[in-house]
Design a protein around this ligand. Structure first.
Ligand SMILES: [Zn+2]
Length: 545
């Protein structure tokens, strides 16, 4: 074979799980220009190595490796992780004293007067005190800096200097759509929620140019270290999309990202109509499939109900009598907007967590199908579908709706889910067995940073139904091969493009290698199994030190 036709990379491992429909034993593969060009059965592996190796070929010959397609995570907030990576790393704290120490350490390197913002990827239930810190405690970390502690997307705590700069004092009236926590004397305690948190966010200076791209570089490196090759990023602003474009052009993305533009009823209303909203995006080059290299625009993201604190439920919350959660959309508006998007070729993923939200969404989609006939596969997606059940599963199959499921939330939010939904509904979350058996097209995500990033940890949860509050709904478990299929080929189909989630000739060489076989290792080993190597498009983006 002439030198032109040699491979850039050849791999011989103990096992290669190709995830191809009719899988036959494979132990070797060759990669050229980012694509797999050949695979070989054990008896032909030596031949493949000799045929495809040349002077410029990297050879990875290790019978101890087990190779899989790199993980495809179809609901994972990489941009949010990028922001978190820039904040004070309070997720490392196990109690409030350590939490304050981490802020104090950040303060020591921050000019006085400048804001200190934390990462949002932590939860008070993981602190010994099981509560958020107060303004008074944050003042013990620093009074020279305004501090904004972020937790998830809806909650914050300010220190006294932060409260002052946000204009929140004893005389500040309550804000519509938000919450300012106060003590008995009416003084703000520092805790702010939603619209009140926005008051604080408005007081923040813009991030320095390039900071967020650096965050993307850090976060995507971390993703690659977890065996992830592609994510679908479900909440990106148009401005953040442009940051993504720059990061991709500068070669700073270690993994592929398929971004979704977060689109609220308010922003669509402000544009005048759904059509005008799409026109405005398209005018700035934001269109389905825009992007190059490791970056693609997937479509839009709608949010129909809340998360664990505000999912729209048929029966009230277990810990809030009479409260059924919140719907952010009017059903008819939702149907109309989805119809416009389908007509214009814009895919939409809609966050629907509670059973009532799933019902409203399926009802709206039924309208769309009624008007336009069958929708293209993957054009409309249910994000989460936590409490989907019964007839809703059959309806989703009928309507051709994709569902991306996040069992990792049972891990990340375990005690909160149990308190909010009670034991029966907590056990009913993500009925994976029924979804797979009904022929529903589903894929998997961890919803990082809300759920833990590690996909094999999530596979452990999907197959054992283990959660921090014990095993919940074991009858809904699926097997290892099914779970890994959701995380590879099934998710790749939703992303489209060249992504296949398989290791066959013609597929992009996105792969991950482990020291043990995630298909067959003891279940609890999944919690410890970490990649040796991750490659995206044939480029090694992570190698264990
Ligand atoms: Zn999410």
């Amino acid at each position: 074979m002439n030198r032109e036709a040699t491979a850039d990379l050849v791999v011989r491992a103990g096992t290669v799980h190709t995830m191809a429909a009719a899988e036959r034993p494979v132990t070797a593969l060759a990669v050229r220009r980012g694509e797999i060009v050949a695979v070989a059965a054990p008896e032909n592996a030596q031949d493949l190595l000799e045929t495809w190796s040349g002077p410029g070929t990297t050879v990875l010959d290790d019978p101890g490796l087990v190779v899989l397609p790199a993980i495809v995570d179809t609901h994972n907030h990489l941009m949010l992780a990028a922001r978190n990576s820039l904040g004070a790393p309070v997720s490392l704290a196990q109690d409030i004293p350590r939490f304050l120490e981490l802020i104090r350490e950040r303060a020591a390197h921050t000019p006085s007067g400048q804001w200190i913002i934390t990462g949002a990827d932590w939860h008070e239930l993981h602190l010994a005190e099981r509560r958020m810190p107060t303004a008074e405690e944050l003042d013990r970390a620093t009074t020279d800096h305004p501090v904004l502690v972020l937790r998830g997307g809806h909650n914050g705590v300010l220190n006294s200097a932060g409260l002052r700069l946000a204009g929140i004092g004893p005389d500040t009236p309550d804000v519509q759509g938000g919450y300012i926590a106060r003590d008995a004397a009416g003084r703000p305690t520092g805790r702010v929620q939603d619209a009140a948190l926005e008051l604080a966010q408005k007081a923040l200076p813009a991030l320095p140019a390039g900071a967020l791209a650096t965050g993307l570089a850090h976060a995507s490196t971390e993703y690659a270290a977890h065996g992830i090759g592609s994510v679908r990023d479900p909440a990106v602003t148009p401005q953040e999309w442009h940051t993504y474009v720059r990061a991709q052009a500068d070669g700073r993305l270690s993994v592929r990202s398929h971004a979704m533009i977060l689109s609220t009823p308010a922003s669509i209303f402000a544009a005048g109509s759904m059509g005008a909203y799409l026109d405005a995006l398209e005018a700035q080059g934001i269109t389905p499939d825009a992007g190059q290299g490791r970056l693609r625009l997937w479509g839009l993201k709608f949010i129909l109900d809340g998360g664990v604190e505000a999912a729209a439920l048929e029966r009230p919350y277990a810990d809030r009598p009479g409260y059924h959660g919140d719907l952010m959309w009017d059903r008819d508006d939702l149907a109309q907007c989805l119809a416009v998007c389908v007509r214009r070729g814009w895919p939409v993923g809609t966050h629907a967590f509670g059973d009532r939200a799933v019902a409203v969404l399926l009802d709206a989609i039924r309208d769309v199908v009624g008007q336009h006939g069958p929708i293209p596969p993957g054009a409309l997606v249910i994000e989460h579908g936590g409490l989907i059940g019964g007839d809703q599963i059959a309806d989703a199959v009928d309507l051709g709706v994709h569902i991306t499921v996040q069992h990792a939330l049972s891990d990340g939010l375990g005690p909160a889910l149990l308190a909010s939904f009670g034991p029966d509904r907590t056990a009913a979350l993500w009925p994976l067995r029924e979804l797979v058996d009904s022929g529903a097209w589903i894929s998997a995500g961890t919803d990082h940073p809300i759920g833990p990033l590690d996909p094999l940890r999530c596979v452990h949860g999907m197959t054992t139904r283990h959660t921090p509050t014990g095993v919940r709904g074991p009858e809904h478990a699926i097997d290892r091969a099914e779970a890994l299929r959701l995380y590879t080929s099934s998710g790749a189909r939703l992303l489209g493009h060249a992504a296949t989630g398989t290791l066959v000739p013609g597929a992009p060489a996105d792969m991950v290698a482990y020291r043990a076989d995630p298909f067959t290792c003891p279940a609890d080993d999944l919690l410890r199994l970490a990649p040796e190597i991750t490659a995206v498009g044939g480029e090694v983006v992570y190698r264990r030190a």
